[in-house]
Write a protein that binds this ligand. Structure first.
Ligand code: PMP
Length: 356
């Protein structure tokens, strides 16, 4: 039986993507060759890369607006470093919003690089909300935020308005909701949640913001170099890019970001309504900042844990244990998770209530 996979990432992908990716490992495009054994410079793979890059811009509504999409390596974690390298001037500074573990990871890399101002932090309340009402210094070279905090289950709903370049780590909610993506100058996201397998990072850049630091940038860290080489500066992770393309095609066929947003909202409403209704459970994140991707919740009475854990496992649910820094449970409802899987979890929560 296929599990109801709530894993935080790597995570569920559409079943048809698994099937097509598996087929391509055996025989790619009826070529008699595996996707894993062809050259990244072959016509067939260049077509994959070109289509994937174009489809990203199409799905984010960024076509013809001066943006470039890249499929890089090193995870979102390498972008924590690549962003300051490409945007922070020699004697400049950067502004960051601290909303959780990953935002903090980005801040640490920027600090190692140059002056870094943390405009606000929700650390004192274990990141259970998104700080608001802060000021972004207008003389900073860029402002960095994390749209969705995978571990704590919070999500930025209103992005701050600023005249300086806006950089966003969208690793755990890319392609999940409609936004005016043209407000952002750099968006990056590890593939392994809503886009594909681990192994590639999507970076979307407004090209005109590059080349302004006066800094010598090593080629592998230089976004401009990757743009010039059409995301083939070095051997790209061919399988991760191909599988990401399959997921992007799946999303387009479904109706794109507006269509998946409706489904994601239905899933999140179903689960949060139960968390709020059922007196055995508490939500962790403050309501207005709740993530539609990662719902964090706890049992009011820890003595119910053993029974609840047995029940959800028996229902075929996998991956809802909370992150160690929050405890409790985390249900990650990425794009490919069907509404039916959320219903199964909600039914188990109701059943627990009946048993107690
Ligand atoms: N940012 C966010 C929001 C994440 O959720 C993660 C990983 N889960 C990372 C960054 C780090 O990504 P990677 O492991 O690809 O470096």
């Amino acid at each position: 039986m296929k599990k109801h996979n709530y894993s935080a990432g790597p995570c569920i992908l559409p079943q048809e993507v698994f099937e097509k990716a598996a087929q391509a490992v055996l025989n790619f495009n009826n070529s008699g060759l595996s996707i894993l054994e062809i050259s990244h410079r072959s016509k067939d793979f260049v077509a994959v890369m070109d289509e994937a890059r174009a489809l990203v811009l199409e799905l984010l509504n960024l076509e013809g607006k001066g943006y470039q999409a890249l499929f890089l390596q090193g995870g979102a974690s390498l972008e924590f470093l690549r962003v300051p390298y490409n945007l922070m001037k020699e004697s400049g500074k950067a502004a960051y919003l601290d909303t959780g573990t990953w935002a903090n990871g980005a801040i640490k890399e920027a600090k190692a690089f140059g002056e870094t101002v943390v405009v606000a932090s929700s650390k004192d309340e274990n990141y259970n909300h998104i700080p608001k009402g802060f000021t972004i210094p207008s003389d900073a070279n860029y402002f960095h935020c994390t749209s969705n905090n995978t571990i704590f289950g919070t999500q930025i709903k209103d992005f701050p308005k600023t005249d300086i370049p806006l950089v966003c780590d969208m690793s755990s909610d890319i392609f999940s909701r409609t936004l005016d993506f043209s407000k952002f100058d750099i968006i990056y996201a590890g593939a392994q949640k809503n886009m594909g397998p681990a192994g590639t990072t999507l970076v979307v850049i407004k090209e005109e913001i590059l080349g302004k630091t006066g800094r010598a940038i090593p080629n592998i860290l230089n976004y401009q170099q990757h743009i010039t080489k059409e995301s083939m500066y070095n051997t790209p992770p061919v399988f991760a890019v191909y599988t990401s393309l399959l997921t992007l095609q799946w999303l387009k066929k479904l109706g794109g970001v507006p269509a998946i947003e409706k489904i994601n909202e239905a899933k999140a409403n179903l689960l949060y309504n139960e968390i709020d209704r059922n007196t055995l459970f508490n939500g962790v994140a403050v309501k207005e900042d709740r993530s539609i991707m990662n719902a964090t919740f706890t049992l009011v009475n820890p003595e119910h844990q053993e029974l609840f854990d047995t029940m959800w496992k028996e229902a075929g649910i996998s991956g809802i244990n909370g992150h160690r820094s929050v405890g409790g449970y985390r249900a990650s409802m990425y794009n490919a998770l069907p509404l039916e899987s959320v219903q199964v979890l909600v039914d188990v929560m109701k059943e627990l209530e009946n048993k107690i």
